[in-house]
Write a protein that binds this ligand. Structure first.
Ligand code: ATP
Length: 243
C-alpha cells in the first residue's frame, strides 16, 4: 500500500533530510521510531502527499502522487494527523469533523454517521457539541485523531498521535489502531514511545539521519540489541511514558 523507492528530501540549508529511503508497507500498524531530527515528520509529509521527494519515487495505494488525478484519488483515501495540528477554535467538535469529512469527499448523507463513529472511537462523544477552544490539549489531540479517521481511510498517517494522551487514553488509542488494521488499513505511527510500538504495532522502522536503520518486528528489534543500539547509542533506549 506504501512503496517508497530511494526517496530523498533535500532542504537548501539543511541538506539531505531523507537520504535514500526504501520502504514497503502493507496492511497493519507500523511504528516509525527515531531520534529528534531523524526525518520522521518529513517522511510522513511525503507519504501524505504534502511534500514531494527531491529524488526517488513514492507509490501509494497503487497510484503515483506525481500525477494530479491520482494524487486526488490518494487524498480521498488518506487520513493524516500532522505533528503541528491546528483547529478552528470557534467550531464545535461536530462542526470541525463534519468539515473534515466534507473535505475528504465523504458523501453528504454519510457525514453525520461518520462523525459520530469517529467521535466515539476517540471517546469524545460527551463533548461533540462543545467548542474546540473549551477542550484540553489531550482532547484536542483526540479531535486530531478523529479528523484523520473520519473518512475510514485506507492509508492512515499519524505523526506523534499519543502526545498529550493520558495512560488510559493511550491504551484505548492502541486498541483503536489495532481495530483499524483489522479493517485492512495501512497505518503508520511516528512516536518516541516504545510502549506505543509494543502496544499497537506489528512492526517498526527506525529512521536515523534520514536513513532506515532497522526494519522488523519489535522482537527482532530487541534481538538486534534494542532501539539504542540500532541508532548507534546503546544507552539511548526509546523512552516509555513514565520514563
Ligand atoms: N522546511 C524545512 N526546512 C529546512 N529544514 C527542515 C525543514 N523541515 C525539516 N527540516 C529539518 O529536517 C530534519 C528532519 O526533521 P523532521 O521534522 O522530519 O524530523 P523528526 O524525526 O520528525 O524530528 P522530531 O522527532 O523532533 O519531530 C531536521 O534537521 C529539521 O531541522
Amino acid at each position: 500500500m506504501i512503496k517508497a523507492e530511494r526517496v530523498c528530501v533535500r532542504h537548501r540549508r539543511r541538506g539531505l533530510v531523507l537520504d535514500g529511503v526504501d520502504l514497503e508497507l502493507g496492511p497493519g500498524v507500523h511504528g516509525l521510531l527515531g531520534p529528534n531530527g531523524a526525518g520522521k515528520s518529513t517522511l510522513l509529509r511525503v507519504l501524505a502527499t504534502a511534500a514531494a521527494p527531491t529524488e526517488g519515487a513514492v507509490t501509494l495505494l497503487d497510484r503515483s502522487p506525481r500525477i494530479p488525478a491520482q494524487r486526488l484519488e490518494i487524498r480521498r483515501r488518506l487520513g493524516y494527523l500532522p505533528q503541528e495540528f491546528g483547529v478552528f477554535r470557534g467550531y464545535t467538535v461536530r462542526e470541525f469533523l463534519s468539515y473534515a469529512a466534507w473535505l475528504r469527499e465523504v458523501p453528504g448523507g454519510r457525514i453525520r454517521g461518520a462523525v459520530e463513529d469517529a467521535v466515539r472511537a476517540v471517546g469524545l462523544d460527551g463533548r461533540v457539541d462543545d467548542k474546540l477552544r473549551t477542550l484540553s490539549g489531550g482532547m484536542k489531540q483526540r479531535v486530531g485523531i478523529a479528523q484523520a479517521i473520519v473518512n475510514s481511510p485506507s492509508l492512515l498517517l499519524l505523526d506523534e498521535p499519543s502526545v498529550g494522551l493520558d495512560p488510559h487514553q493511550r491504551t484505548e488509542f492502541h486498541a483503536l489502531l489495532r481495530g483499524l488494521s483489522r479493517c485492512g488499513a495501512c497505518v503508520v505511527v511516528s512516536t518516541h514511545l516504545m510502549e506505543d510500538v509494543e502496544g499497537a504495532c506489528q512492526d517498526v522502522a527506525v529512521l536515523d539521519g534520514g536513513r532506515i536503520a532497522f526494519r522488523g518486528t519489535v522482537a527482532a528489534l530487541t534481538r538486534a540489541g534494542g532501539y539504542g543500539r540500532v541508532i548507534g547509542r546503546p544507552d539511548g533506549a526509546a523512552p516509555r511514558q513514565d520514563g
